[in-house]
Design a protein around this ligand. Structure first.
Ligand code: NDP
Length: 306
C-alpha cells in the first residue's frame, strides 16, 4: 500500500526523504507517478487539481501539507466520508509566531516611519503604535502567537467560535462578542481558516469597528479579505497600514494596486511553512491512527469546514 505526495509547484526531495525515514515500510510516491491507483492508501497534498483525489478508490485518509484544508474541501469530488487532517507541526507554529511578532513589533515601534526618516536624513522619533493586539482565530497558530505577544508586553485578546481559557489572553467568543473584541484591537491579526462563513470577513464593516488608525496583519487566506474595502479603509485613515501574506490570486498579479502602496507590506505567502523534517512525524502518527481506525491528529470537522 502507498502514500502519494501531491505537491505540484515545489520540490519534493526533502519530503520524500523525511517520509521514507518516518514511515518505513510505506511505499511513498510522488504524483503523477502513483503506481496502481487501487494501492493508494493515503494522500498528502497541497492544492491537488479537482478530481485527482477522487481517482484513488481505496483511500483511508487525506493529509494536508498545510494547516489550512480549504484547498481539499473545495473539491466537491472528494468523498464526504473520508477523514481529512490538517498539518500540526511545531516548526509551522514557530514560523507563524515569528511572522506575527515581527509584524506587530514593527507597527508598535514605528519601524517603517524610522526607515522613512532615515531616507530623508532626519533624526526623528516615531510615535508608538497601539499595544492592544486582537487575534482572529485562537487555534493552534493564533493561541501560540497570542502567548508570545503577551510575553512581549502586548495586551492580547483573541476571538474564536468556542470559549477559551488561555493565560495572558482575553478571550472573546462568537458573533455576540465580536464588536467588543474589534473595538479594543489596535492590531488585528487574522489567523482564521477559510470557511464559507468567513469568506469576505475582513470587510468595511469589520474595519470600521476597529479603533481609528488600526493596523491589519493578515496571514489567513486571501478570500477572507475584501480588497477594495482594505484600500478604502487605508485611504480614509480608518486603517493606518497592513501586512498581507495571502491573496485572492497568488502570486499577486503584476499591476495589482497593493504593489504600489507604501502603507501595505506584501509577503509571498511565506508567513510560515511546513518543514518535512518535523512534519513527517505527524504524518507517520496519522498513518498509524488511520490504520487503527482512530481519530486523526488535527482531523477536521468537515461540516464546520476546518
Ligand atoms: P485551527 O483550526 O487550530 O484554528 C482555527 C481558529 O479559528 C479556531 O480558534 C476556531 O475557533 C476559529 N474559528 C473558526 N471559525 C470561526 C468562526 N466562525 N468564528 C470565530 N472563530 C472561528 O487552525 P490553525 O491555527 O492551525 O490555522 C489557522 C489558519 O491559518 C489556517 O486555516 C490557514 O488559513 C492559516 N495559515 C496560514 C499560513 C501562512 O503561511 N500564511 C500558514 C498556516 C496556516 P474554535 O477554537 O472555537 O474552533
Amino acid at each position: 500500500m502507498s502514500l502519494v505526495l501531491i505537491r505540484k509547484t515545489a520540490p519534493t526531495e526533502a519530503w520524500l526523504a523525511a517520509l521514507r525515514d518516518a514511515c518505513p515500510g510505506l511505499d511513498v510516491r510522488v504524483w503523477p507517478d502513483t503506481g496502481p491507483v487501487e494501492d493508494v492508501e493515503f494522500v498528502l497534498t497541497w492544492a491537488a487539481d479537482p478530481g485527482v483525489i477522487a481517482g484513488f478508490p481505496n483511500l483511508r485518509a487525506i493529509f494536508s501539507l498545510g494547516a489550512g484544508v480549504d484547498h481539499i474541501l473545495k473539491d466537491s469530488t472528494v468523498p464526504a466520508a473520508l477523514p481529512v487532517a490538517r498539518m500540526v507541526d511545531s516548526s509551522l507554529t514557530m514560523g507563524m509566531v515569528q511572522y506575527v511578532t515581527m509584524a506587530a513589533l514593527q507597527y508598535r515601534r514605528g519601524w517603517e516611519a524610522m526607515r522613512a526618516s532615515q531616507r530623508e536624513g532626519q533624526w526623528r522619533r516615531p510615535e508608538l503604535g497601539g499595544a492592544r493586539v486582537g487575534i482572529l482565530g485562537l487555534g493552534e497558530l493564533g493561541g501560540a502567537c497570542g502567548k508570545a505577544l503577551a510575553a512581549l508586553g502586548f495586551e492580547v485578546a483573541g476571538w474564536s467560535r468556542s470559549a477559551k481559557d488561555i493565560a495572558g489572553i482575553r478571550a472573546y467568543t462568537g458573533q455576540d462578542q465580536l464588536a467588543g473584541f474589534l473595538a479594543r484591537s489596535d492590531v488585528l491579526v487574522c489567523l482564521l481558516p477559510l470557511t464559507a462563513e468567513l469568506e469576505n470577513f475582513l470587510n468595511r464593516a469589520t474595519f470600521d469597528q476597529l479603533p481609528r488608525g488600526a493596523y491589519l496583519v493578515h496571514a489567513g487566506r486571501g478570500e477572507h479579505l475584501v480588497e477594495a474595502d482594505l484600500l478604502d479603509a487605508l485611504d480614509r485613515g480608518q486603517l493606518s497600514g497592513a501586512v498581507l501574506d495571502v491573496f485572492r490570486h497568488e502570486p499577486l498579479p503584476g499591476g495589482h494596486p497593493f504593489w504600489a502602496r507604501e502603507d501595505i507590506i506584501i509577503t509571498p505567502h511565506n508567513a510560515s511553512q511546513t518543514h518535512p523534517a518535523t512534519a513527517a512525524a505527524h504524518v507517520a502518527a496519522n498513518v498509524a491512527r488511520a490504520r487503527a481506525g482512530q481519530a486523526l491528529i488535527g482531523q477536521v470537522d468537515r461540516a464546520q469546514g476546518y
